[in-house]
Design a protein around this ligand. Structure first.
Ligand code: HAM
Length: 422
């Protein structure tokens, strides 16, 4: 069957939705720049090694979801599955390695070979930020306050924030021991993947989405008490700062997140409109190892999924509409249509959204076009009007008509169709 559908898990974004995207992107730019963040645009593909090393070889993303290919020179490249690793690579060319703080935000497509579903795409889009180079609890709290401010700005104040700590890497063996004892007793009832995780990376079990495994995970021991004093103090300071900032949250003692670069604070946001299983944003503090470096670079950040933010906004009926043309130009003769094209250009240059018929069409068909366009005003001109330097303006809502000097058209359309609310 012939089909014009794009590949599974991808989508064409038409104007009605694209206007919503611009709204989100503009809101992000506005909020993030107040916190001192500047934009960084990185490539859509990177060397595969960057993600393998940066995100962790045992993660679902690296093991199962990456779009990896060899270029013509035989180098392995991967379409970025997330933004943090590329941002860190780019920032490593700056002073961050010497502890100088950098604040950047980014937005754009990411690629993961997941099973497509509502709010789960193979090409999806993130709006994210990274605060790189320094490590302090207040930086984590500020980052979360900014995420809250962004969500408020786009009408998603109801998002629920859950946070946890992953401690520092040195803390993990003691906690792993406790987890291993627990999961070893239950592994017979768990999924195939969890059995492998028990051997290779036990933390990944906590991130399993299988229903059966979920029940067992819910009973797993809380491992915070096995973390070092330093890690627990760090986490307390983050929570205290959030309290002081009035940022609401819930501590979820088994939240680990799906990427291996996290240390200390991790968090996820969900929205009631999408349910607790679907995160609209996630992030945390991390230490990322870049290829060829043996010292990790610290940072804190988050990424929100644009498609999911839009689903939440749609559920709240906050979705966008296409802006209609303010005026539609109707020409009574072929010569007038040429004149109308010139008039349309002048009005557009002056800042008005104007539509017109450019093919040979009857007067009636042109008025139908005016109706369809949603324009408030039709501007009608024949040779006679043109010779006298006037135009007939028709109010499409009530059908009334008046004649106006051409020189007054711009002001009239602006006043009647742009400034007057519907
Ligand atoms: P992540 O949790 O993998 O984190 O993704 C962040 C957000 O991207 C998710 O909460 C979700 O809204 C969206 N997302 C992920 N996968 C899909 C998908 N297949 N379809 C639609 N939306 C999706 C990261 O990517 C980290 N880099 C975040 C971060 C930044 N951590 C520190 N800095």
């Amino acid at each position: 069957m012939a089909t014009f559908a794009p590949p599974p898990g991808t989508a064409d974004i038409f104007e009605e939705e694209a206007s919503e995207w611009r709204f989100l992107e503009n809101a992000a730019r506005e909020v993030f720049s107040r916190y001192g963040y500047g934009e960084l645009r990185t490539p859509v593909f990177e060397y595969t090694e960057l993600f393998q090393r940066g995100l962790g070889g045992e993660t679902e993303v690296v093991q199962k979801e990456m779009y990896t290919f060899a270029d013509r020179g035989g180098r392995s490249l991967t379409l970025r599955p997330e933004g943090t690793a590329g941002v860190m690579r780019a920032l490593s060319n700056t002073d961050v390695l010497n502890g100088v703080e950098q604040r950047v935000y980014y937005m754009g497509p990411m690629f993961r070979g997941e099973r497509p579903a509502a709010g789960r795409r193979r090409q999806f889009h993130q709006i994210g930020v990274e605060n790189v180079g320094r490590c302090a609890p207040l930086l984590d709290a500020e980052c979360l306050a900014m995420l809250r401010a962004f969500l408020k700005r786009i009408g998603l104040d109801d998002a629920e924030l859950v946070i946890n700590t992953r401690g520092v890497r040195e803390d993990r063996p003691a906690a792993e021991k406790v987890l291993r004892e627990y999961f070893s007793q239950h592994i017979g009832e768990m999924c195939e993947d969890c059995r492998t995780r028990l051997e290779r990376n036990i933390w990944r079990i906590l991130d399993c989405k299988q229903e059966n495994c979920g029940k067992i995970i819910a009973g797993a021991p809380e491992y915070l008490e096995y973390f070092s004093q330093e890690s627990r103090d760090y986490f307390s300071s983050v929570c205290e700062a959030l309290d002081a900032l009035g940022v609401s949250y819930r501590v979820e003692p088994r939240l680990v997140r799906g990427l291996d670069y996290y240390v200390h604070t991790v968090f996820e946001l969900t929205h009631p409109a999408l349910g607790a299983q679907t995160a609209i944003a996630g992030g945390g503090r991390y230490e990322l190892f870049l290829p060829g470096q043996n010292r990790p670079v610290p940072g804190v950040g988050f990424a929100a999924g644009v498609e999911r933010l839009l689903l939440a906004r749609q559920a709240l009926e906050k979705s966008g509409t296409v802006e209609n043309a303010a005026a539609y130009l109707v020409g009574l003769t072929p010569a007038m249509r040429v004149a109308n094209l010139a008039l349309a250009n002048r009005l557009r240059e002056a800042g008005l959204k104007v539509a017109l018929e450019l093919e040979e069409r009857s007067f009636k068909a042109q008025l139908r076009g005016a109706n369809k366009s949603g324009a408030k005003i039709a501007v009608i001109r024949g040779e006679d009007e043109a010779n006298r330097g006037v135009a007939v303006v028709k109010n499409m809502a009530d059908g009334t008509q008046t004649e106006l000097p051409e020189a007054e058209l711009f002001e009239y359309i602006r006043r009647e169709a742009v400034e007057t609310p519907k």
